[in-house]
Design a protein around this ligand. Structure first.
Ligand code: GAL
Length: 652
């Protein structure tokens, strides 16, 4: 299995390479990912390609048996390129992005595309027969540093073409978008604008300044632009190699559709930094990010950058505690990570990331983190058959929809509402009940419960598929703000909850965005604050009702029998405790087993064994006893702080 480090030989004197490679080998690292920011080193002057520096580095590494994943270097354009060609992105105010960091180029810029094609072609021609290059990474983190959407003239023209292909005629587009509103009809596709700065924005901040149809299509187009740019590079590589190709995605990041971006890749990889300058993540949040990345292709993935030290650009986040690097490694494995590469081998002495600590510190001397990873690597190689190709026994699915993520971002419905947080609240409740939960889309029949959270933009094919799923015995969970818009981001002329009204067996006759606590009581007890649908059940039963406001006594959460299955409708947001209660009720009725374990304990179900993780600093009794697949010894259920086990349980 890939157990590696991200490596930047260009940051070190050549005289240090051999020692660094030896330390890698001694630490058990068998792979490095490199090259992804070294464009200037490969092409010092336009058209003068020279890979000798990388050849030497690969050679040194190969002597220690270390293989290489090569990154195409297009995330960091050299200065000669931006001097000669106008390749830089424009923001929504028309301002040119400055050079001096990375990810500043536009995916639709013909010169950037042409120069990318040259460097990628030359690179693959040079390395196609090198047996030490085992895989390729395209570029680096598309969309990072808010670079998904560019507002330049190239993008505007391409957007027009993209729309013409989709809508056929401008009249059709005008009609679908409702451009009659405020006299916004276009006469031709050449007229198309981008949702840039306009007269509304100054008045209300950067929200609401454009027709939501335009806004949504621009997000789709921008996402597609990077998918297309990536495909261009993939196609070049494919002409010369059959080595697997990946890109390093970003977990929860939603500006680019991860289903589309991963479609053309052999495997997904992603970059995981749980605790850094910008805050510490809850463990469920990290698990959900892993699931999101597994769900992008419904296939196991590689972590291409895993945090290996304290991390920050100007200030530092907390230092990984003893045991935590091992725990994060097992957490990745538990959610489908079948290879892991730690960022980075040695901490940089210069540049933006001097404080982004790696496996070793600035002096390159192995210390605690290095030795912890060495031990972890040894264990992992023994556990390989439980990691490579391993599958979880998923009971529940949280549907992640990029259209809905963008749609909710464009119109947020209520102060404090956030689609991603809403999804996470359901993932967290499931995870806290130790329900093994996937995050993906489609394939509903594989799951006992499917959560379509705030599924606002929904097309007819999706509705039909869901209807079948429930009729055949599935459990579908819907929430407020579901079923009300079509794929053009138009509101449907239907009573709430729109296309789901019949399936849910209710009508939401009114709603309230209260911005103060509203009590909810009955089968589930707690508080709502952001949104309350006031429900009139038709064929549905009420699970709980509101306990305050003018709608006191009105249904808040309902369940409806539909065919052989059930549809739950959760009409309000709920605090963490109430979320756990309702997910527990839903799971019980769907025949999903929940496991009561102490807070911070994560249990993942696999065929014949369980993965048990203790995210607490202190030892806890997890309640899972049996035989450890890591040590072969009996496991009495007690896991040390930040401990991890693969356990074959011995009875109840
Ligand atoms: C990632 C990126 C790396 C490095 C790392 C630490 O987002 O891919 O190149 O910048 O973060 O900041």
């Amino acid at each position: 299995m890939i157990f590696g480090v991200d490596y930047y030989p260009e940051h070190w004197d050549e005289s240090e390479w051999e020692n660094q490679a030896r330390l890698m080998r001694e630490g058990g690292f068998n792979t490095v990912r490199m090259g992804e920011f070294a464009w200037k080193l490969f092409e010092k002057e336009e058209g003068k390609l020279d890979f000798s520096f990388l050849d030497k580095a690969i050679d040194v590494l190969s002597k220690e048996g270390i293989k290489v994943i090569l990154g195409t270097p297009t995330a960091a354009p050299p200065k000669w390129l931006v001097n000669k060609y106008d390749v830089l992105q424009r923001d929504k105010y028309g301002r040119k992005k400055g050079w001096g960091a990375r990810r500043e180029c536009c995916a639709n810029n013909p010169d950037y595309i042409a120069k990318s094609e040259i460097i990628v072609t030359e690179m693959i021609k040079h390395y196609k027969d090198n047996p030490n290059v085992i895989a390729w990474q395209i570029d680096n983190e598309f969309g990072c540093h808010a670079s998904t959407r560019c507002y330049c003239e190239h993008c505007r023209k391409k957007f027009g073409e993209w729309l013409e292909e989709k809508y056929g005629s401008i009249d059709n587009l005008n009609e679908k978008w409702g451009n009659v509103f405020w006299s916004l009809e276009y006469d031709s596709f050449d007229d198309i604008i981008l949702p840039a700065y306009n007269s509304c924005e100054g008045a209300y901040g950067d929200l609401w300044s454009h027709n939501p149809a335009l806004d949504l299509e621009f997000r789709r187009f921008s996402s597609d632009s990077w998918v297309k740019y990536q495909k261009l590079q993939i196609d070049i590589l494919r002409k010369y190699t059959s080595a697997p190709i990946t890109h390093n995605l970003m977990g929860h990041f939603s500006d680019i559709d991860a289903y589309d971006l991963s479609r053309d890749l052999d495997f997904v990889s992603w970059d995981n930094y749980p605790d850094n300058q910008w805050g510490d993540s809850e463990y469920e949040y990290v698990s959900m990010a892993h699931e999101n990345m597994r769900g992008a292709k419904n296939k196991n993935f590689v972590v291409m950058e895993e945090q290996s030290g304290p991390a920050g650009w100007d200030i530092l986040g907390s230092t990984p505690r003893p045991g935590q690097l091992r725990l994060w490694t097992y957490q990745a494995a538990a959610h489908g990570g079948e290879g892991i590469v730690y960022f980075r081998f040695r901490t940089a002495l210069f540049g933006m990331e001097q404080y982004w600590y790696g496996v070793t510190d600035h002096d390159g001397v192995p210390r605690r983190r290095y030795y912890e990873l060495k031990r972890t690597g040894e264990e992992l190689q023994r556990l390989e058959k439980y990691i490579i190709g391993a599958e979880n026994k998923y009971d529940a699915l949280i549907v992640k929809s990029y259209d809905n993520s963008w749609g909710h971002d464009i119109k947020r419905h209520a102060a404090g509402y956030n689609y991603e947080n809403h999804l996470y609240s359901f993932y967290k409740a499931n995870a806290d009940l130790n329900i093994t939960t996937a995050v993906s889309k489609g394939g509903y029949d594989k799951y006992k419960a499917v959560y379509m959270i705030a599924y606002n933009i929904v097309n007819d094919a999706e509705t039909a598929e869901l209807r079948e799923y429930v009729k055949n015995g599935g459990t579908l969970v819907l929430t407020f703000r579901s079923g009300t818009r079509d794929e053009y981001n138009r509101v449907r002329p239907l009573a709430l909850p729109g296309v789901f009204k019949e399936m849910a067996g209710i009508e939401a006759v009114e709603f309230d965005a209260p911005r103060r606590n509203v009590s909810v009581c009955g089968g589930v007890n707690g508080t709502a604050r952001i949104w309350c649908d006031i429900i009139e059940p038709d064929t549905a039963e009420t699970i709980c009702a509101y306990g305050s406001e003018y709608y006191k006594g009105k249904a808040a959460v309902t369940v409806n029998r539909y065919g052989k299955g059930r549809v739950y409708y959760i009409g309000c947001d709920l605090d963490d405790g109430a979320m756990r209660e309702i997910v527990s009720v839903i799971s019980k009725s769907a025949g999903i087993e929940t496991i009561d374990a102490p807070k911070g304990v994560e249990i993942i179900n696999r065929d014949g064994y369980k993965i048990v993780l203790n995210h607490n600093e202190n030892a806890v009794c997890t309640g899972v006893r049996g035989r450890s697949l890591i040590s072969g010894a009996e496991f009495d259920g007690t896991l040390e702080g930040y401990g991890a086990e693969f356990v074959v349980p011995c009875g109840p």
